[in-house]
Design a protein around this ligand. Sequence first.
Ligand code: IMP
Length: 191
Amino acid sequence: MKTLVVATGNPGKLKEMQAYLADSNWELTLKPADLDVEETGETFVENACLKASEVAKATEKWAIADDSGLAVDALNGAPGVYSARYGKTDEERIGRLLRELGDTTNRQAQFICVIAVANPQGEIVLQSEGMCKGEILYEVRGDGGFGYDPIFYVPQKQLTFAEMSPELKKSISHRGNALSALVPELIKLKG
Ligand code: IMP
């Protein structure tokens, strides 16, 4: 079994990746708790590559990292790479976004996720991007999911991310799309 270090301290992300990679030859492990990589990049690609590369070099193992966030058209792509840092709690982040959007009628937005894989030398060998388009509601709806889920509405499903079952969200979400595109490539890699 080949080992792939997941560059996250979030056990939820590890679990999600494990589910996708269950049939591959990779065994996933969490990065060491004391190894923190600062997200200094200005794009999702830069941050995902930075995290994968730094964790690979520090552990001398293959590493996988993702970076994701919400880009709102009327806010010129904000909060973007700052999605996690837009406020202290989910409630604050959602409140700030709704305040900044105000009554703007253009509610178009997309969730973006970039995943990068680095070899033990820290070189990026795979990259994948997933996207999910939707609209920002005027108020929260639904109580599932996390982050900006209660204000992110997907017209094709007539549901917010927070109203979807985890399976449905996974099948259409930015992270789901990025992961499913990456898996066949990852299985082909010789670790
Ligand atoms: P990351 O862990 O650095 O990728 O941070 C991404 C941030 O974007 C999270 O803290 C959330 O605020 C937001 N985000 C990313 N994906 C989702 C999602 O699927 N639903 C809701 N919020 C998300």
